[in-house]
Design a protein around this ligand. Structure first.
Ligand SMILES: NC(=O)c1ccc[n+]([C@@H]2O[C@H](COP(=O)([O-])OP(=O)(O)OC[C@H]3O[C@@H](n4cnc5c(N)ncnc54)[C@H](OP(=O)(O)O)[C@@H]3O)[C@@H](O)[C@H]2O)c1
Length: 289
């Protein structure tokens, strides 16, 4: 008899994310074991519990989901979890990182863009680009061949993020950090840009309508901020390929449906082998039909 599928949820927050548990159940997982307040020091016992309990042939029915509101802490767990596996003996399980929805959200945003325009020969601007979602969106756009401007309030932070993201791509020169400090500078940054993704903090408007309206070449607007005021004035939260002043708009909930579908499919993908590592690029390669 086939063993039950088990998703082990390792969360850096004290209370493991209810959202992630619900999605796990909706993905068809038989059992979800949830652990909160997980730190790298506590990881060994948890990983050993996962890899030493079933034979190598059954380990594809155990998988680990790493989440939590602080993405950098979750990234540390992903690195440490891999160190604790014993692949030489087949003793490993699949891993997925989607802390704060960073990977599935960025992938859904870039998939929305790619429905309308492909990367090579085009330029994209990511506002709020230093955050976890913005950095991943910039990475996926660059992987898709876009020239990417990664924007922040601080040039130092945007350049640091652009360098960090650039190291993960085959062509680091495709990502440039910028810090437009005035409406005029923002308008200037939009010259030659066809795509804008707003990935700034919730409740912060980063792009006034008067600015994007005036940009002739701009075609696609994706706003990931669901909390008013939204990230792009004039793009509403439900927009999903909606025509806005001659451009195509997506709002946070418009992208959210695809994000949820992708999250569920990624969880299912974990159980196809015992060695998947699902992070931004691998999640972006999952086919959701
Ligand atoms: N639709 C969905 O399913 C979904 C899922 C997850 C997240 N989201 C949304 O996606 C967006 C990005 O998420 P995230 O976690 O990456 O965001 P975040 O880390 O909270 O913020 C992203 C960036 O926004 C900038 N920022 C912060 N406060 C600001 C302010 N007062 N004024 C201007 N800029 C400010 C910061 O960049 P600098 O300090 O470098 O300027 C920061 O790095 C959020 O709006 C989030 O709510 C949507």
């Amino acid at each position: 008899m086939q063993k039950r599928t088990i998703l082990i949820q390792l969360d850096t927050d004290i209370h493991p994310s209810v959202f992630d548990r619900v999605v796990a159940v909706d993905s068809g997982v038989d059992e979800v074991f949830s652990y909160g307040g997980v730190t790298p020091e506590k990881l060994q016992a948890l990983i050993h519990g996962a890899i030493f309990t079933r034979g190598p042939l059954d380990l594809c029915r155990t998988a680990i989901f790493i989440g939590g509101s602080e993405v950098s802490k979750a990234e540390e767990l992903l690195v440490e979890a891999q160190k604790q596996m014993l692949p030489a003996f087949g003793l490993q399980v699949s891993l997925m990182l989607d802390a704060n929805g960073c990977n599935t959200t960025a992938s859904a945003a870039v998939r929305a863009v790619e429905k309308h325009i492909s990367g090579p020969g085009h330029r994209a601007l990511v506002l709020g680009g230093t955050g976890p979602v913005g950095q991943r969106a910039a990475l996926l756009l660059a992987q898709g061949g876009f020239d990417v401007l990664l924007a922040s309030r601080s040039l130092e932070r945007s350049q640091a993020a652009a360098n960090a993201v650039g190291k993960l791509t085959q062509n680091p020169a495709k990502i440039q950090g910028i810090a437009p400090h005035s409406p005029a500078q923002l308008q200037e940054s939009l010259q030659g840009v066809q795509v804008v993704i707003a990935a700034g903090a919730a409740g912060i408007c980063l792009l006034p309508k008067v600015i994007w309206q005036a940009c002739q070449e701009l075609r696609i607007l994706v706003d990931l901020n669901a909390v008013p005021p939204h990230g792009m004035e004039g793009v509403t939260v439900m927009d999903k390929g909606t025509e806005r002043e001659g451009k195509i708009g997506y709002g946070a909930l418009g992208v959210g449906g695809l994000k949820m579908k992708l999250h569920r499919k990624a969880i299912q993908t974990l159980f196809e082998s015992n060695k998947a590592i699902l992070d931004a690029i691998s999640i972006h390669s999952i086919d959701v039909g």
